[in-house]
Design a protein around this ligand. Sequence first.
Ligand code: 1PR
Length: 536
Amino acid sequence: SSSTSAVTLLDYGAGNVRSLRNAIRYLGFDIKDVQKPEDILNANRLVFPGVGAFAAAMEVLEQTGMAEALCRYIESDRPFLGICLGLQLLFESSEENGPVKGLGVIPGVVGRFDSSNGLVVPHIGWNALEITKDSGILEEIGGRHVYFVHSYRVMPSDANKDWISSTCNYGESFVSSITRGNVHAVQFHPEKSGDVGLSILKKFLDPNSSSNLKKSANRKASKLAKRVIACLDVRANDKGDLVVTKGDQYDVREHSDEHKVRNLGKPVELAGQYYKDGADEVSFLNITGFRDFPLGDLPMLQVLRSASENVFVPLTVGGGIRDFTDGQGRYYSSLEVASEYFRSGADKISIGSDAVFAAEEYLRTEIKTGKSSLEQISRVYGNQAVVVSIDPRRVYVRSPDDVEFKTVKVTSPGPSGEEYAWYQCTINGGRDGRPIGAYELAKAVEELGAGEILLNCIDCDGQGQGFDIDLIQLITDAVTIPVIASSGAGAVQHFSEVFHKTGASAALAAGIFHRKEVPISSVKEHLLHEGIEVRM
Ligand code: 1PR
């Protein structure tokens, strides 16, 4: 009956829980939303996805009386699953904009990962857990990767060790899940952890269900897997349908007589396919977003809604995220645009052109106004939800003194024997060069609140000759946020090369996957063979 298959969701409206709703529905359960504290006490099963900042969440929970109801529900050992911030809030306090008091169910303080020794923070990506206690829901999970995205964590201690059901190693060992009786909480995101995550959710929603996961041969905990990301450049074709396209050095038109936009397939279908093939993430880039108004672009929102119903790894969407005034004079802030993307199923948004303007202004004035799209969106949704996409072009020079931008000594000299290059940022899909280098931009956007960098390279895009190692090294050395290497993958060896030679956290490719030249599984197998940790 529907009453036994319904799960109660505590969504206090601070952010996007669409992914979780999708995953619960995908598993065949109905969702009841908590409206008032009594709904918590009357729940058969309660899922509590924490989103947003710790302090803001506590404030809402206390003002609405939900905090007390939650504590009573948990104390009476009723079925509970907290996710991410939903784990952290159970502890005594958090250092996030704090100290801020938490629900205090479990002893311990939530602190920030220490990036002073070069640890990349936020912790974004896939780790295998060390299972320390039988929790029921993590039964088959030892050695399997799950998806994390967070900057704060709790450390194991004598005081909380009885609660801990698994730990995870990221620079240090932190608490990845807790269990006592029917009360569970996880720091990772089961709703974004592919089959493994769905199986954890299913075990919680229906404890009698059996897991169909294959046991992993290697049950060891891990460091952090390198991610392989499939990217879909999306735009309307000349008939107005949204298609996946792919350019050569950003030119997406056929070189034949008609100059049609290249059509490589339908966005939702391809995203679903790449998820099944083992992509660790899928990105959609609305490549004409700089021209069209994205909220007018309902097909793109529809693509996100449909894709997120069947793709249980993180989805990123970019293109056209900026302030905008439409033809009727109505003003939309970039935050509204981003919010619409998040509501439609995006886990992260990516900003290109507008981040260049924000960085230029910041470098000129040395003032953080807080008004740029980058700053506003990361303040509301957290740094980890904001990617900055850089579209640089290589410019050769004879000597570093020839330009005011940071240069690299290039591996292969330029056409006139130049030994150095700087990487000029562009906007509007590579059309316009700006007076700022990729290095300067990366450092500035990190300070302004970017959580990750998607590093393209126009020269390498679509060429299949490998990633621009010089560029990627330059940027991974410059920032402590994760860098996604992009542009130029043509063979599996290009992926191992970028991970062996640079600090990239992920590698993204488009053309080789769309043209079915190399399946994602071959990339993963090659990386594993090369001793590089990946999620299988
Ligand atoms: O400026 O905020 O509206 O964002 C526009 C977004 O669209 C940016 O992220 C920008 O990179 C992207 N974009 C704009 N024009 C193009 C184009 O191709 N004409 N695509 C474009 C960017 C590069 C990668 C590509 C990799 C891997 N495409 O996304 O997927 O280079 O390709 P490969 O593996 O085939 O070499 P805004």
